[in-house]
Design a protein around this ligand. Structure first.
Ligand SMILES: Cc1ncc(COP(=O)(O)O)c(C=O)c1O
Length: 261
């Protein structure tokens, strides 16, 4: 039997936690503000720190990384086929599946287990709209080669950077590559918020769009006691909503299953 190189076992997915006392002190400000949701001051501070650290202005925060990816794909109107990797956590594919996008898997490179750019190029069809590449275990994809393929074929380039928080290439922070990058702040990640996720965008207009999608279409983030978020509908509007709801229900019953794509 080989001896263990460390005195104690090292659990790679065990979360880092601050001293409980310190965490409780951090909570007291939230208790005083009584603002637990809707873009509160702690969230705003977290977002600006991330912006600085990740060297990107356009950061949107989410409940988790999967949701970030799902809503990001909707924001960028990605559809049809997306070329991606099978060597990832299943959530990467789920985000495509939930958007009724067909994942097209191509093989990985032997050294770092990231998407092989030559194989990506060979898999492009007239239905391909984007490449969803994954940085694996902190190792970035071959960024320049993947970007070159995306640019030459006019494809969106999205990175699942759940494993790559803090990674830089040529002194450039990883989310500065591609159209968008997703980070996970799940408890097993290097930087975590128990659960959480973020999406970064190269295009500031996409950040505005994703904030609207996140916030039920409301432009103002916060409602107050004197500013109701809901205006009672007129009879005409109610009728229109009913028609819309009935149409959606009918469409949902006739939607094609994914395997018929
Ligand atoms: C590569 C990868 N993509 C996506 C996810 C999903 O992130 P989350 O758990 O924050 O939804 C994870 C991890 O948990 C992951 O490892």
């Amino acid at each position: 039997m080989t001896s263990m190189p460390f005195a104690d076992p090292i659990y790679v997915t065990r979360p880092f936690l601050p001293p409980l006392q310190q965490f409780a002190e951090g909570l007291s400000g939230i208790w005083e503000s009584r603002q637990l949701t809707n873009n509160g001051p702690v969230l705003k501070r977290f977002r600006s720190s991330l912006s600085l650290y990740l060297q990107t202005e356009n950061v949107a925060l989410f409940n988790n990384g999967t949701q970030a990816l799902q809503i990001g794909l909707q924001t960028m109107k990605v559809a049809g086929e997306v070329i991606t990797t099978p060597f990832t956590f299943v959530a990467t594919t789920h985000a495509l599946y939930w958007n009724k996008i067909r994942p097209v898997f191509v093989d990985i490179e032997p050294d770092y287990y990231t998407l092989d750019p030559e194989k990506v190029e060979a898999a492009i069809t007239p239905f391909t709209t984007a490449i969803l590449a994954v940085h694996v275990y902190g190792h970035p994809c071959r960024l320049e080669a993947v970007e070159d393929v995306a640019r030459r074929h006019g494809l969106r380039l999205i990175y699942d950077a759940a494993h790559a928080f803090g990674v830089t290439v040529n002194e450039t922070s990883i989310p500065r590559y591609g159209d968008s990058s997703m980070f996970s702040f799940h408890a097993t990640k290097l930087l975590h918020s128990l659960e959480g996720g973020a999406l970064t965008f190269a295009d500031p207009a996409l950040k505005v769009q994703v904030d609207l999608l996140k916030n039920f279409g409301f432009k103002k983030e916060m409602g107050t006691a004197t500013a109701p978020r809901f205006t009672p509908p007129s009879a005409g509007n109610l009728r229109r909503w009913n028609v819309l709801a009935r149409t959606r229900w009918r469409n949902s019953r006739t939607r094609m299953p994914l395997h018929t794509f």
